[in-house]
Write a protein that binds this ligand. Structure first.
Ligand SMILES: *Cc1c(COP(=O)(O)O)cnc(C)c1O
Length: 396
């Protein structure tokens, strides 16, 4: 799969997953087509059994459409290149990628330590499924004494860095040291970094899970997840669970992700640049109590961001000195920011974060202030700033 390469990832992303030349004509389209298939047919039984043997030996070989065809194989390779992994497994959404991690690495009676800043639906996965399977999670925050939380049946440390909603930077190398001392697997949700500006495997995690729905796809038109590892034993467990659970991705969605990822470098750079311009504007406003964005120098995670990240993106959260009613007026008054979940597409979005969601995060100390999360899209930042300004005035 992925091999150490001496070209920059920006170059690799333009020269990977292209179509092979036709042996007769010596020509090929640049792009690999979307290879839709349920059934794969074989010339004879020998051919079938040869493919099955390769598959049993751990190689990628398609015997049936559910396991994915060439389009999927190409996308798996892209995720390996992005994350610096040796094996990638696709799922139909980012959340399905997370459930693949949990169900591959945890069994009945096991315990896992989970950062309290993880993606909200992980709490739902815990309540709806893991508890029923007799798997117990303990939520921790960055300041907690982890040594005292480890039990004899602890198997996994599951984190997200920077965290959801407040973009809290975690010290991944320190967490990796802790996990290794106790023989635990460290897995990290890397949707924020998407393998491009943050690489958990290089920082000591063994598993990185990414919602390709966000920056990899980049156009708000597909759902996709990927689980990447550089550990052969973990790869085997993911492989078996992915197969047994029937995780499957449409070839068209894999194709859209391949199409989207070509422009990941330029999109990410523009999101990041414009988000900082928005931070600069927000920092001049009396309504703004605090900005959560690790690339912003006043963010408490800035030093870790400088040490561990190679860039930033369009995500930030704004703590507003406003009543809930005023903050709702602010959100409703925005014209260029769509009210909606998700992020990583071309467009700007706003999410009005509820008290219930914030209560899970020990990192939140905003008391009665309001919090809105913004995704800074690819629009001209002057227009976005003018929109934010008029909405702040409308809220007053
Ligand atoms: C959106 C998101 C996910 C889930 O991805 P879906 O494709 O929407 O299921 C997981 N983790 C993080 C951090 C996310 O923002």
């Amino acid at each position: 799969m992925s091999k150490d390469s001496d070209v920059h990832i920006d170059t690799l992303l333009q020269h990977t997953a292209t179509a092979a030349f036709d042996s007769q004509t010596g020509s090929a389209p640049v792009n690999l087509p979307s290879m839709r298939a349920s059934t794969v047919r074989f010339k004879n039984l020998d051919a079938l059994e040869t493919v099955q043997r390769r598959k049993a030996g751990g190689q990628r070989a398609a015997t049936y459409g559910r396991m994915g065809m060439d389009t999927h194989a190409a996308l798996e390779q892209v995720f390996c290149e992005l994350e610096g992994g040796t094996h990638a497994y696709l799922a139909s959404s980012g959340l399905a990628g997370i459930t693949m991690v949990m169900t591959s690495l945890l069994s009945a009676g096991d315990h896992a330590l989970v950062a309290d800043c993880v993606y909200g639906p992980v709490y739902e996965l815990d309540e709806a499924l893991l508890k029923r399977m007799n798997i117990e999670l303990t939520y921790f925050s960055a300041g907690d004494d982890l040594e005292s939380l480890v039990r004899p049946n602890t198997r996994l440390v599951y984190v997200e860095s920077p965290g959801s909603l407040l973009f809290q930077m975690l010290d991944l190398p320190a967490l990796s040291g802790f996990a290794r001392r106790h023989g635990l697997v460290l897995a990290c949700d890397n949707t924020w970094g998407s393998g491009y500006i943050y690489r958990p495997l290089a920082l000591g995690a063994q598993v990185s899970v990414v919602a390709g729905t966000k920056y990899v796809g980049g156009h708000s038109d597909l759902m996709l997840g990927a689980v990447v590892t550089n550990d052969a034993a973990i790869a085997q467990r993911l492989n078996r669970t992915q197969y047994a659970m029937g995780y499957s991705v449409s070839a068209d969605d894999a194709w859209l992700a391949l199409r989207g990822v070509r422009t990941l470098p330029i999109r990410m750079a523009q999101h990041a640049r414009h988000a900082l311009q928005v931070c600069e504007f927000l920092s001049t406003r009396p309504e703004v109590a605090r900005i959560y964005h690790p690339a912003w120098p006043a963010d408490p995670g800035h030093a870790l961001w400088q040490r561990d990240c190679t860039g930033s993106n369009g995500m930030l959260a704004v703590q507003l000195r406003m009543t809930p009613q005023a903050s709702r007026r602010f959100v409703d008054a925005l014209r260029l920011f769509g009210i909606g979940f998700s992020w990583g597409g071309f467009e700007s979005l706003v999410q009005w974060v509820t008290r219930g969601e914030l209560a899970r995060h020990q990192y939140w100390t905003g008391a009665d202030d309001a919090l809105v999360r913004l995704h800074i899209g690819l629009e001209d930042p002057r227009d976005l700033i003018a929109d934010l300004k008029q909405a702040l005035e409308a809220a007053a």
